[in-house]
Design a binder for this molecule. Structure first.
Ligand SMILES: Cc1cc2nc3c(=O)[nH]c(=O)nc-3n(C[C@H](O)[C@H](O)[C@H](O)COP(=O)(O)OP(=O)(O)OC[C@H]3O[C@@H](n4cnc5c(N)ncnc54)[C@H](O)[C@@H]3O)c2cc1C
Ligand code: SF4
Length: 493
Protein backbone atom coordinates (compact mmCIF):
# COMPACT_ATOMS: atom_id res chain seq x y z
CA UNK A 1 0.00 0.00 0.00
CA UNK A 2 1.61 3.23 -1.19
CA UNK A 3 -0.02 5.63 1.28
CA UNK A 4 -1.42 4.14 4.50
CA UNK A 5 -3.49 7.24 5.28
CA UNK A 6 -4.79 7.73 1.73
CA UNK A 7 -8.43 6.89 2.37
CA UNK A 8 -8.46 9.03 5.51
CA UNK A 9 -6.88 12.06 3.85
CA UNK A 10 -8.65 12.09 0.50
CA UNK A 11 -12.33 12.13 -0.29
CA UNK A 12 -13.65 10.01 -3.17
CA UNK A 13 -13.89 12.00 -6.41
CA UNK A 14 -15.30 10.30 -9.49
CA UNK A 15 -14.25 11.56 -12.89
CA UNK A 16 -16.52 14.32 -14.10
CA UNK A 17 -18.80 14.20 -17.09
CA UNK A 18 -19.53 17.05 -19.48
CA UNK A 19 -22.35 19.44 -18.58
CA UNK A 20 -25.63 17.62 -19.38
CA UNK A 21 -27.12 20.67 -21.12
CA UNK A 22 -24.11 20.94 -23.43
CA UNK A 23 -23.55 17.26 -24.11
CA UNK A 24 -27.13 16.50 -25.24
CA UNK A 25 -26.40 18.67 -28.27
CA UNK A 26 -23.95 16.12 -29.67
CA UNK A 27 -23.08 12.42 -29.74
CA UNK A 28 -19.57 12.72 -28.32
CA UNK A 29 -18.34 10.95 -25.17
CA UNK A 30 -19.90 12.33 -22.01
CA UNK A 31 -16.91 11.45 -19.85
CA UNK A 32 -14.06 13.92 -19.36
CA UNK A 33 -10.44 12.93 -18.91
CA UNK A 34 -9.12 12.86 -15.38
CA UNK A 35 -6.23 14.86 -13.98
CA UNK A 36 -3.28 12.49 -13.43
CA UNK A 37 -2.37 13.87 -10.01
CA UNK A 38 -5.95 13.57 -8.81
CA UNK A 39 -6.11 10.01 -10.06
CA UNK A 40 -2.99 9.05 -8.11
CA UNK A 41 -4.63 10.46 -4.97
CA UNK A 42 -7.72 8.42 -5.67
CA UNK A 43 -5.64 5.27 -6.13
CA UNK A 44 -3.97 5.93 -2.78
CA UNK A 45 -7.37 5.55 -1.08
CA UNK A 46 -7.05 1.77 -1.62
CA UNK A 47 -6.04 0.20 1.69
CA UNK A 48 -4.96 -3.14 0.21
CA UNK A 49 -7.09 -4.62 2.95
CA UNK A 50 -6.22 -8.03 4.38
CA UNK A 51 -9.22 -9.77 2.85
CA UNK A 52 -10.29 -7.73 -0.16
CA UNK A 53 -13.66 -8.51 -1.67
CA UNK A 54 -13.35 -6.17 -4.67
CA UNK A 55 -11.95 -8.90 -6.93
CA UNK A 56 -14.06 -11.89 -5.83
CA UNK A 57 -16.80 -11.86 -8.48
CA UNK A 58 -19.03 -14.15 -6.44
CA UNK A 59 -22.80 -14.27 -6.62
CA UNK A 60 -24.68 -13.18 -3.49
CA UNK A 61 -28.48 -13.25 -3.62
CA UNK A 62 -28.23 -13.70 -7.39
CA UNK A 63 -26.22 -10.50 -7.85
CA UNK A 64 -22.52 -10.25 -8.46
CA UNK A 65 -20.28 -8.96 -5.70
CA UNK A 66 -16.76 -7.95 -6.71
CA UNK A 67 -15.19 -8.17 -10.16
CA UNK A 68 -16.13 -11.22 -12.30
CA UNK A 69 -12.75 -10.93 -14.06
CA UNK A 70 -10.92 -11.03 -10.72
CA UNK A 71 -9.01 -7.89 -11.66
CA UNK A 72 -6.09 -7.27 -9.28
CA UNK A 73 -7.12 -3.77 -8.23
CA UNK A 74 -5.24 -3.55 -4.90
CA UNK A 75 -2.05 -4.18 -6.88
CA UNK A 76 -2.73 -1.72 -9.67
CA UNK A 77 -4.04 0.97 -7.33
CA UNK A 78 -0.70 0.94 -5.56
CA UNK A 79 1.22 1.03 -8.86
CA UNK A 80 -0.86 3.96 -10.12
CA UNK A 81 -0.26 5.85 -6.88
CA UNK A 82 3.47 5.37 -7.44
CA UNK A 83 3.19 6.49 -11.07
CA UNK A 84 4.19 3.06 -12.44
CA UNK A 85 1.71 3.05 -15.32
CA UNK A 86 3.37 0.33 -17.37
CA UNK A 87 3.46 -2.10 -14.44
CA UNK A 88 -0.15 -1.23 -13.61
CA UNK A 89 -1.11 -1.97 -17.22
CA UNK A 90 0.73 -5.32 -17.12
CA UNK A 91 -1.27 -6.35 -14.03
CA UNK A 92 -4.55 -5.22 -15.57
CA UNK A 93 -3.78 -6.98 -18.83
CA UNK A 94 -3.41 -10.30 -16.98
CA UNK A 95 -7.12 -10.50 -16.25
CA UNK A 96 -9.01 -8.17 -18.60
CA UNK A 97 -8.68 -8.14 -22.40
CA UNK A 98 -10.68 -4.94 -22.80
CA UNK A 99 -10.40 -2.52 -19.83
CA UNK A 100 -11.38 0.34 -22.13
CA UNK A 101 -14.85 -1.24 -22.49
CA UNK A 102 -15.41 -2.06 -18.83
CA UNK A 103 -13.81 1.26 -17.81
CA UNK A 104 -16.62 2.99 -19.69
CA UNK A 105 -19.69 0.80 -19.20
CA UNK A 106 -19.22 -1.55 -16.24
CA UNK A 107 -21.60 -0.93 -13.31
CA UNK A 108 -18.54 -1.66 -11.14
CA UNK A 109 -19.64 -4.35 -8.71
CA UNK A 110 -16.03 -4.12 -7.46
CA UNK A 111 -16.80 -0.74 -5.93
CA UNK A 112 -19.90 -2.09 -4.18
CA UNK A 113 -17.61 -4.64 -2.48
CA UNK A 114 -14.74 -2.24 -1.66
CA UNK A 115 -13.91 -2.22 2.07
CA UNK A 116 -13.48 1.56 2.09
CA UNK A 117 -17.17 1.69 1.19
CA UNK A 118 -18.02 0.39 4.66
CA UNK A 119 -16.92 3.60 6.33
CA UNK A 120 -16.80 6.11 3.48
CA UNK A 121 -17.08 6.13 -0.33
CA UNK A 122 -15.40 3.24 -2.18
CA UNK A 123 -12.22 3.58 -4.19
CA UNK A 124 -13.06 4.81 -7.70
CA UNK A 125 -11.80 1.58 -9.25
CA UNK A 126 -13.55 1.90 -12.60
CA UNK A 127 -12.06 5.37 -13.29
CA UNK A 128 -8.60 4.08 -12.39
CA UNK A 129 -9.01 1.07 -14.67
CA UNK A 130 -9.96 3.32 -17.58
CA UNK A 131 -7.02 5.63 -17.04
CA UNK A 132 -4.55 2.73 -16.87
CA UNK A 133 -5.59 1.47 -20.29
CA UNK A 134 -5.77 4.95 -21.81
CA UNK A 135 -2.29 5.72 -20.49
CA UNK A 136 -1.12 2.40 -21.94
CA UNK A 137 -2.40 3.37 -25.40
CA UNK A 138 -1.10 6.94 -25.10
CA UNK A 139 2.35 5.92 -23.89
CA UNK A 140 2.77 3.19 -26.51
CA UNK A 141 2.73 0.17 -24.15
CA UNK A 142 0.28 -1.51 -26.48
CA UNK A 143 1.28 -2.88 -29.86
CA UNK A 144 0.04 -5.89 -31.84
CA UNK A 145 1.27 -9.17 -30.30
CA UNK A 146 0.69 -11.93 -32.86
CA UNK A 147 1.45 -15.39 -31.43
CA UNK A 148 4.96 -16.64 -32.20
CA UNK A 149 3.82 -20.15 -33.10
CA UNK A 150 0.66 -21.26 -34.90
CA UNK A 151 -0.88 -24.61 -33.92
CA UNK A 152 -2.46 -25.31 -37.30
CA UNK A 153 -5.90 -25.56 -35.62
CA UNK A 154 -8.81 -23.47 -36.89
CA UNK A 155 -11.54 -22.07 -34.66
CA UNK A 156 -14.77 -20.34 -35.70
CA UNK A 157 -16.21 -17.81 -33.26
CA UNK A 158 -19.79 -16.90 -34.13
CA UNK A 159 -20.76 -13.44 -32.89
CA UNK A 160 -18.46 -10.49 -32.25
CA UNK A 161 -19.77 -8.99 -29.00
CA UNK A 162 -17.50 -8.78 -25.95
CA UNK A 163 -17.67 -12.56 -25.34
CA UNK A 164 -16.74 -13.38 -28.95
CA UNK A 165 -13.96 -10.79 -29.00
CA UNK A 166 -12.47 -12.00 -25.70
CA UNK A 167 -12.69 -15.62 -26.82
CA UNK A 168 -11.08 -14.81 -30.18
CA UNK A 169 -8.29 -12.80 -28.51
CA UNK A 170 -7.43 -15.64 -26.15
CA UNK A 171 -7.58 -18.43 -28.74
CA UNK A 172 -5.47 -16.35 -31.10
CA UNK A 173 -2.85 -15.88 -28.37
CA UNK A 174 -2.85 -19.66 -27.92
CA UNK A 175 -1.77 -19.89 -31.57
CA UNK A 176 -5.00 -21.04 -33.20
CA UNK A 177 -6.24 -19.44 -36.42
CA UNK A 178 -9.47 -17.70 -35.43
CA UNK A 179 -12.22 -16.48 -37.74
CA UNK A 180 -15.03 -14.41 -36.23
CA UNK A 181 -18.34 -14.49 -38.11
CA UNK A 182 -20.61 -11.48 -37.53
CA UNK A 183 -24.01 -10.90 -39.12
CA UNK A 184 -23.91 -7.11 -38.74
CA UNK A 185 -21.93 -4.89 -41.05
CA UNK A 186 -19.69 -3.86 -38.15
CA UNK A 187 -17.91 -5.88 -35.49
CA UNK A 188 -18.58 -5.42 -31.74
CA UNK A 189 -22.10 -6.71 -30.94
CA UNK A 190 -23.84 -4.54 -28.35
CA UNK A 191 -20.60 -2.59 -27.83
CA UNK A 192 -20.99 -1.30 -31.38
CA UNK A 193 -24.73 -1.20 -32.05
CA UNK A 194 -26.42 -1.24 -28.61
CA UNK A 195 -24.58 1.07 -26.23
CA UNK A 196 -24.74 4.59 -27.75
CA UNK A 197 -21.69 6.53 -28.88
CA UNK A 198 -21.84 9.06 -26.03
CA UNK A 199 -21.44 6.25 -23.49
CA UNK A 200 -18.86 4.25 -25.45
CA UNK A 201 -17.26 5.98 -28.43
CA UNK A 202 -17.15 3.61 -31.40
CA UNK A 203 -13.61 4.74 -32.16
CA UNK A 204 -12.62 3.01 -28.92
CA UNK A 205 -14.30 -0.22 -30.03
CA UNK A 206 -12.73 0.00 -33.49
CA UNK A 207 -9.26 0.67 -32.02
CA UNK A 208 -9.39 -2.73 -30.27
CA UNK A 209 -10.82 -4.54 -33.28
CA UNK A 210 -8.00 -3.14 -35.44
CA UNK A 211 -5.48 -4.41 -32.90
CA UNK A 212 -7.01 -7.90 -32.89
CA UNK A 213 -6.94 -7.90 -36.67
CA UNK A 214 -3.26 -6.94 -36.67
CA UNK A 215 -2.63 -9.82 -34.26
CA UNK A 216 -4.12 -12.20 -36.80
CA UNK A 217 -7.83 -12.56 -35.96
CA UNK A 218 -9.90 -12.77 -39.13
CA UNK A 219 -13.26 -10.92 -39.05
CA UNK A 220 -16.02 -11.70 -41.55
CA UNK A 221 -18.95 -9.28 -41.37
CA UNK A 222 -22.45 -9.50 -42.90
CA UNK A 223 -22.24 -13.28 -42.39
CA UNK A 224 -25.21 -14.72 -40.55
CA UNK A 225 -24.31 -18.29 -39.75
CA UNK A 226 -27.31 -20.52 -40.36
CA UNK A 227 -28.75 -18.08 -42.87
CA UNK A 228 -26.49 -16.59 -45.58
CA UNK A 229 -23.57 -18.70 -44.33
CA UNK A 230 -23.98 -22.48 -44.01
CA UNK A 231 -23.61 -23.69 -40.42
CA UNK A 232 -22.69 -27.29 -41.22
CA UNK A 233 -19.91 -26.30 -43.58
CA UNK A 234 -18.38 -24.26 -40.74
CA UNK A 235 -18.35 -27.39 -38.58
CA UNK A 236 -16.58 -29.28 -41.39
CA UNK A 237 -14.05 -26.52 -42.07
CA UNK A 238 -13.09 -25.65 -38.48
CA UNK A 239 -11.65 -27.81 -35.69
CA UNK A 240 -13.85 -26.14 -33.05
CA UNK A 241 -16.65 -23.58 -32.89
CA UNK A 242 -17.65 -21.14 -30.14
CA UNK A 243 -21.17 -19.72 -30.14
CA UNK A 244 -21.18 -16.13 -28.84
CA UNK A 245 -24.45 -15.07 -30.44
CA UNK A 246 -25.86 -13.04 -27.56
CA UNK A 247 -29.36 -12.94 -26.11
CA UNK A 248 -31.20 -11.09 -28.81
CA UNK A 249 -34.88 -12.09 -28.59
CA UNK A 250 -36.58 -8.99 -27.13
CA UNK A 251 -39.35 -9.34 -24.55
CA UNK A 252 -42.60 -8.06 -26.07
CA UNK A 253 -45.60 -6.42 -24.42
CA UNK A 254 -48.69 -8.07 -25.79
CA UNK A 255 -51.39 -5.73 -24.60
CA UNK A 256 -54.26 -4.23 -26.61
CA UNK A 257 -53.04 -1.90 -29.37
CA UNK A 258 -49.55 -3.42 -29.67
CA UNK A 259 -49.97 -3.41 -33.47
CA UNK A 260 -49.97 0.41 -33.81
CA UNK A 261 -47.18 2.15 -35.67
CA UNK A 262 -44.64 3.92 -33.52
CA UNK A 263 -44.04 1.09 -31.04
CA UNK A 264 -40.49 -0.25 -31.38
CA UNK A 265 -38.04 -2.52 -29.64
CA UNK A 266 -35.16 -0.67 -27.98
CA UNK A 267 -32.47 -2.40 -30.03
CA UNK A 268 -34.09 -1.27 -33.28
CA UNK A 269 -34.18 2.30 -32.00
CA UNK A 270 -30.59 2.24 -30.73
CA UNK A 271 -28.88 0.23 -33.46
CA UNK A 272 -30.38 2.19 -36.38
CA UNK A 273 -29.43 5.41 -34.66
CA UNK A 274 -25.78 4.41 -34.24
CA UNK A 275 -25.54 2.96 -37.73
CA UNK A 276 -26.89 6.15 -39.26
CA UNK A 277 -24.55 8.22 -37.09
CA UNK A 278 -21.50 6.20 -38.17
CA UNK A 279 -22.51 5.91 -41.83
CA UNK A 280 -23.53 9.49 -42.53
CA UNK A 281 -23.63 11.59 -39.35
CA UNK A 282 -27.41 11.05 -39.50
CA UNK A 283 -27.68 12.63 -42.96
CA UNK A 284 -29.24 9.44 -44.41
CA UNK A 285 -32.16 9.74 -41.90
CA UNK A 286 -32.21 5.94 -41.66
CA UNK A 287 -33.25 5.83 -38.04
CA UNK A 288 -36.37 6.03 -35.89
CA UNK A 289 -36.58 9.63 -34.79
CA UNK A 290 -37.90 10.94 -31.48
CA UNK A 291 -37.83 14.55 -32.66
CA UNK A 292 -40.80 16.58 -31.43
CA UNK A 293 -42.46 13.48 -29.92
CA UNK A 294 -43.65 12.48 -26.49
CA UNK A 295 -41.55 9.39 -25.94
CA UNK A 296 -42.39 6.65 -23.47
CA UNK A 297 -39.79 4.01 -22.73
CA UNK A 298 -41.09 0.89 -21.06
CA UNK A 299 -38.27 -0.58 -18.97
CA UNK A 300 -36.11 1.08 -16.35
CA UNK A 301 -32.72 -0.60 -16.92
CA UNK A 302 -29.51 0.32 -18.77
CA UNK A 303 -31.14 -0.15 -22.17
CA UNK A 304 -33.99 2.18 -21.21
CA UNK A 305 -31.48 4.77 -20.03
CA UNK A 306 -29.69 4.64 -23.39
CA UNK A 307 -33.06 5.24 -25.08
CA UNK A 308 -33.73 8.27 -22.83
CA UNK A 309 -30.35 9.80 -23.72
CA UNK A 310 -30.86 9.07 -27.43
CA UNK A 311 -34.38 10.59 -27.44
CA UNK A 312 -33.06 13.75 -25.78
CA UNK A 313 -30.42 14.11 -28.49
CA UNK A 314 -33.17 13.82 -31.11
CA UNK A 315 -34.96 16.76 -29.41
CA UNK A 316 -38.00 14.88 -28.18
CA UNK A 317 -40.85 16.93 -26.71
CA UNK A 318 -40.93 14.86 -23.52
CA UNK A 319 -39.52 11.55 -22.30
CA UNK A 320 -40.85 9.23 -19.62
CA UNK A 321 -39.47 5.89 -18.48
CA UNK A 322 -41.79 3.30 -16.92
CA UNK A 323 -40.42 0.92 -14.30
CA UNK A 324 -42.54 -1.85 -12.84
CA UNK A 325 -40.47 -2.18 -9.64
CA UNK A 326 -40.53 0.26 -6.69
CA UNK A 327 -38.00 3.09 -6.50
CA UNK A 328 -34.92 1.75 -4.64
CA UNK A 329 -33.95 3.33 -1.31
CA UNK A 330 -31.29 6.05 -1.19
CA UNK A 331 -29.05 3.95 1.08
CA UNK A 332 -28.57 0.18 1.38
CA UNK A 333 -31.55 -1.61 2.94
CA UNK A 334 -30.93 -4.13 5.76
CA UNK A 335 -31.37 -7.07 3.37
CA UNK A 336 -28.77 -5.63 0.94
CA UNK A 337 -25.63 -5.38 3.09
CA UNK A 338 -22.04 -4.84 1.96
CA UNK A 339 -20.36 -6.51 0.00
CA UNK A 340 -23.47 -7.16 -2.10
CA UNK A 341 -24.04 -4.98 -5.14
CA UNK A 342 -25.79 -1.91 -3.69
CA UNK A 343 -29.37 -1.67 -4.90
CA UNK A 344 -29.80 2.04 -4.25
CA UNK A 345 -31.38 4.93 -6.10
CA UNK A 346 -29.04 6.68 -8.48
CA UNK A 347 -29.36 8.68 -11.66
CA UNK A 348 -27.45 7.36 -14.65
CA UNK A 349 -26.37 9.68 -17.46
CA UNK A 350 -29.74 9.65 -19.27
CA UNK A 351 -31.71 10.52 -16.15
CA UNK A 352 -29.21 13.28 -15.27
CA UNK A 353 -29.67 14.77 -18.72
CA UNK A 354 -33.45 14.58 -18.43
CA UNK A 355 -33.32 16.27 -15.02
CA UNK A 356 -31.16 19.05 -16.43
CA UNK A 357 -33.56 19.70 -19.34
CA UNK A 358 -36.99 18.98 -17.88
CA UNK A 359 -36.24 19.35 -14.16
CA UNK A 360 -37.15 15.78 -13.18
CA UNK A 361 -36.05 12.16 -13.32
CA UNK A 362 -37.95 10.55 -16.23
CA UNK A 363 -38.66 7.35 -14.29
CA UNK A 364 -42.15 6.50 -13.09
CA UNK A 365 -42.09 3.56 -10.70
CA UNK A 366 -44.62 0.79 -9.97
CA UNK A 367 -46.51 1.41 -13.17
CA UNK A 368 -48.03 -1.07 -15.63
CA UNK A 369 -49.16 -0.53 -19.21
CA UNK A 370 -52.76 -1.62 -19.80
CA UNK A 371 -53.17 -0.70 -23.46
CA UNK A 372 -51.97 1.40 -26.38
CA UNK A 373 -54.42 3.62 -28.24
CA UNK A 374 -53.85 4.83 -31.80
CA UNK A 375 -55.22 7.47 -34.15
CA UNK A 376 -57.17 6.90 -37.36
CA UNK A 377 -53.93 6.50 -39.34
CA UNK A 378 -52.85 3.55 -37.20
CA UNK A 379 -50.22 5.54 -35.31
CA UNK A 380 -49.92 5.18 -31.53
CA UNK A 381 -51.08 8.30 -29.69
CA UNK A 382 -51.42 7.34 -26.03
CA UNK A 383 -50.69 4.76 -23.35
CA UNK A 384 -53.12 3.80 -20.60
CA UNK A 385 -51.53 2.77 -17.30
CA UNK A 386 -52.30 1.81 -13.73
CA UNK A 387 -50.18 2.08 -10.56
CA UNK A 388 -49.07 -1.11 -8.82
CA UNK A 389 -48.36 -2.06 -5.27
CA UNK A 390 -45.98 -4.86 -4.34
CA UNK A 391 -47.21 -7.18 -1.60
CA UNK A 392 -45.25 -9.99 0.05
CA UNK A 393 -47.31 -13.15 0.51
CA UNK A 394 -45.79 -16.55 1.47
CA UNK A 395 -42.30 -14.99 1.19
CA UNK A 396 -42.92 -14.01 -2.42
CA UNK A 397 -43.46 -10.56 -3.87
CA UNK A 398 -46.59 -10.11 -5.98
CA UNK A 399 -47.90 -6.97 -7.61
CA UNK A 400 -51.49 -5.77 -7.50
CA UNK A 401 -53.16 -2.95 -9.39
CA UNK A 402 -54.33 0.00 -7.29
CA UNK A 403 -57.91 0.87 -8.22
CA UNK A 404 -58.49 4.49 -9.22
CA UNK A 405 -54.91 5.12 -10.35
CA UNK A 406 -55.57 4.71 -14.07
CA UNK A 407 -53.86 7.36 -16.19
CA UNK A 408 -53.52 8.29 -19.87
CA UNK A 409 -50.15 9.41 -21.23
CA UNK A 410 -49.66 11.04 -24.66
CA UNK A 411 -47.09 9.08 -26.68
CA UNK A 412 -46.19 9.21 -30.36
CA UNK A 413 -43.13 6.99 -29.86
CA UNK A 414 -43.06 3.98 -27.54
CA UNK A 415 -39.88 2.02 -26.96
CA UNK A 416 -39.96 -1.44 -25.42
CA UNK A 417 -36.85 -1.99 -23.28
CA UNK A 418 -37.97 -4.86 -21.09
CA UNK A 419 -35.04 -7.20 -21.54
CA UNK A 420 -34.32 -10.27 -23.65
CA UNK A 421 -35.52 -13.85 -23.75
CA UNK A 422 -32.42 -15.76 -24.83
CA UNK A 423 -30.61 -16.48 -28.10
CA UNK A 424 -32.35 -16.81 -31.44
CA UNK A 425 -33.10 -20.43 -32.21
CA UNK A 426 -32.51 -20.85 -35.94
CA UNK A 427 -28.79 -21.61 -35.72
CA UNK A 428 -29.14 -23.65 -32.52
CA UNK A 429 -31.74 -25.89 -34.13
CA UNK A 430 -29.59 -26.44 -37.23
CA UNK A 431 -26.70 -27.54 -35.00
CA UNK A 432 -28.92 -29.56 -32.58
CA UNK A 433 -27.70 -27.49 -29.62
CA UNK A 434 -29.59 -28.14 -26.38
CA UNK A 435 -31.14 -25.18 -24.57
CA UNK A 436 -31.96 -24.88 -20.88
CA UNK A 437 -35.46 -24.10 -19.51
CA UNK A 438 -34.72 -20.36 -19.84
CA UNK A 439 -33.87 -21.03 -23.52
CA UNK A 440 -30.16 -20.19 -23.08
CA UNK A 441 -27.57 -22.56 -24.53
CA UNK A 442 -27.20 -25.44 -22.11
CA UNK A 443 -23.77 -26.44 -20.78
CA UNK A 444 -22.92 -28.44 -17.69
CA UNK A 445 -21.99 -26.52 -14.52
CA UNK A 446 -18.67 -24.65 -14.75
CA UNK A 447 -18.28 -25.76 -18.35
CA UNK A 448 -18.70 -23.99 -21.67
CA UNK A 449 -19.05 -27.16 -23.76
CA UNK A 450 -22.43 -27.73 -25.40
CA UNK A 451 -23.99 -31.15 -25.99
CA UNK A 452 -22.20 -31.32 -29.38
CA UNK A 453 -18.48 -32.17 -29.11
CA UNK A 454 -16.28 -29.34 -30.40
CA UNK A 455 -18.98 -26.67 -30.01
CA UNK A 456 -18.71 -24.28 -27.07
CA UNK A 457 -20.81 -21.33 -25.94
CA UNK A 458 -20.13 -18.12 -24.05
CA UNK A 459 -21.69 -14.79 -23.10
CA UNK A 460 -25.34 -13.80 -22.97
CA UNK A 461 -26.30 -16.76 -25.19
CA UNK A 462 -25.19 -19.15 -22.41
CA UNK A 463 -25.60 -17.04 -19.30
CA UNK A 464 -28.70 -15.04 -20.25
CA UNK A 465 -28.84 -11.27 -20.55
CA UNK A 466 -26.01 -9.94 -18.43
CA UNK A 467 -23.07 -7.50 -18.39
CA UNK A 468 -20.05 -6.74 -20.55
CA UNK A 469 -17.72 -7.80 -17.74
CA UNK A 470 -19.40 -11.22 -17.55
CA UNK A 471 -19.27 -11.59 -21.33
CA UNK A 472 -15.50 -11.00 -21.31
CA UNK A 473 -15.09 -13.43 -18.43
CA UNK A 474 -17.16 -16.09 -20.25
CA UNK A 475 -15.24 -15.58 -23.50
CA UNK A 476 -11.94 -16.13 -21.69
CA UNK A 477 -13.15 -19.25 -19.89
CA UNK A 478 -14.69 -20.76 -23.01
CA UNK A 479 -11.41 -20.13 -24.85
CA UNK A 480 -9.47 -22.06 -22.23
CA UNK A 481 -11.86 -25.00 -22.44
CA UNK A 482 -11.77 -24.92 -26.24
CA UNK A 483 -7.96 -24.78 -26.19
CA UNK A 484 -7.86 -27.82 -23.89
CA UNK A 485 -10.22 -29.66 -26.27
CA UNK A 486 -7.92 -28.90 -29.21
CA UNK A 487 -4.54 -29.46 -27.56
CA UNK A 488 -5.19 -31.75 -24.59
CA UNK A 489 -4.00 -29.01 -22.22
CA UNK A 490 -4.07 -25.21 -22.02
CA UNK A 491 -1.73 -22.53 -20.75
CA UNK A 492 -4.36 -19.82 -21.14
CA UNK A 493 -5.27 -18.00 -17.89
C1 LIG B 1 -28.79 -1.37 -25.16
C2 LIG B 1 -27.94 -2.14 -24.20
C3 LIG B 1 -27.12 -1.45 -23.34
C4 LIG B 1 -26.30 -2.16 -22.46
N1 LIG B 1 -25.51 -1.45 -21.62
C5 LIG B 1 -24.66 -2.11 -20.81
C6 LIG B 1 -23.79 -1.40 -19.97
O1 LIG B 1 -23.81 -0.16 -19.92
N2 LIG B 1 -22.90 -2.11 -19.20
C7 LIG B 1 -22.85 -3.47 -19.24
O2 LIG B 1 -22.01 -4.07 -18.57
N3 LIG B 1 -23.70 -4.19 -20.02
C8 LIG B 1 -24.60 -3.53 -20.81
N4 LIG B 1 -25.46 -4.24 -21.59
C9 LIG B 1 -25.35 -5.72 -21.63
C10 LIG B 1 -24.13 -6.15 -22.46
O3 LIG B 1 -23.98 -5.33 -23.57
C11 LIG B 1 -24.23 -7.62 -22.86
O4 LIG B 1 -24.31 -8.38 -21.68
C12 LIG B 1 -23.04 -8.07 -23.69
O5 LIG B 1 -22.87 -7.29 -24.85
C13 LIG B 1 -23.17 -9.54 -24.09
O6 LIG B 1 -22.10 -9.87 -24.93
P1 LIG B 1 -22.18 -11.09 -25.93
O7 LIG B 1 -20.87 -11.13 -26.63
O8 LIG B 1 -22.61 -12.32 -25.22
O9 LIG B 1 -23.36 -10.75 -26.95
P2 LIG B 1 -23.64 -9.50 -27.91
O10 LIG B 1 -22.91 -8.29 -27.49
O11 LIG B 1 -25.13 -9.43 -27.97
O12 LIG B 1 -23.07 -9.96 -29.31
C14 LIG B 1 -23.64 -11.04 -30.01
C15 LIG B 1 -23.27 -10.89 -31.48
O13 LIG B 1 -23.59 -12.08 -32.18
C16 LIG B 1 -24.07 -11.72 -33.47
N5 LIG B 1 -24.84 -12.84 -34.00
C17 LIG B 1 -25.97 -13.38 -33.49
N6 LIG B 1 -26.36 -14.44 -34.24
C18 LIG B 1 -25.44 -14.58 -35.22
C19 LIG B 1 -25.28 -15.50 -36.31
N7 LIG B 1 -26.17 -16.49 -36.50
N8 LIG B 1 -24.22 -15.35 -37.13
C20 LIG B 1 -23.31 -14.34 -36.93
N9 LIG B 1 -23.42 -13.44 -35.93
C21 LIG B 1 -24.48 -13.57 -35.08
C22 LIG B 1 -24.90 -10.48 -33.20
O14 LIG B 1 -25.09 -9.71 -34.39
C23 LIG B 1 -24.01 -9.76 -32.18
O15 LIG B 1 -23.09 -8.90 -32.82
C24 LIG B 1 -26.33 -3.58 -22.45
C25 LIG B 1 -27.18 -4.27 -23.29
C26 LIG B 1 -27.99 -3.56 -24.16
C27 LIG B 1 -28.91 -4.32 -25.07
S1 SF4 C 1 -14.31 -4.79 -14.86
FE1 SF4 C 1 -15.99 -3.83 -13.72
S2 SF4 C 1 -16.06 -4.98 -11.80
FE2 SF4 C 1 -14.05 -5.41 -12.73
S3 SF4 C 1 -12.64 -3.87 -11.88
FE3 SF4 C 1 -13.44 -3.02 -13.79
S4 SF4 C 1 -15.19 -1.76 -13.18
FE4 SF4 C 1 -14.74 -3.16 -11.47
Amino acid sequence: MGKPTGFVEYKSIVSSCRDPLARVKDWQEIQETFDEQLLKQQASRCMECGTPFCHTGSLINGKVSGCPLHNLMPEWNDLVYRGLWQEAFQRLNLTNNFPEFTGHVCPAPCEGACTAGLVSDPVTIKNIELQIIEQAFAQGFISPRPPQVRTGKKVAVIGSGPSGLACAAQLNQAGHSVTVFERSDRVGGILMYGIPNMKLDKKIVQRRIDLLQQEGVNFLTSMEVGSNCDALSILREFDATVLCIGSTKPRDLNVEGREYEGIHFAMDFLSHNTKSLLDSDHADKSYITAEGKDVIIIGGGDTGTDCVATSLRHNCRSVTQFEIMPCPPTTRSVDNPWPQYPNVYKQDYGQQECSAIFGCDPRQYQIATKKFVGDKYGQVKEIHTVQLEWVKTDNRWNCQEIAGTEKVWPAQLVILAMGFLGPEENLLQQLNIQQDPRSNISTSANSYATNIPGIFAAGDARRGQSLVVWAISEGRRAAKECDTYLMGRSDLP
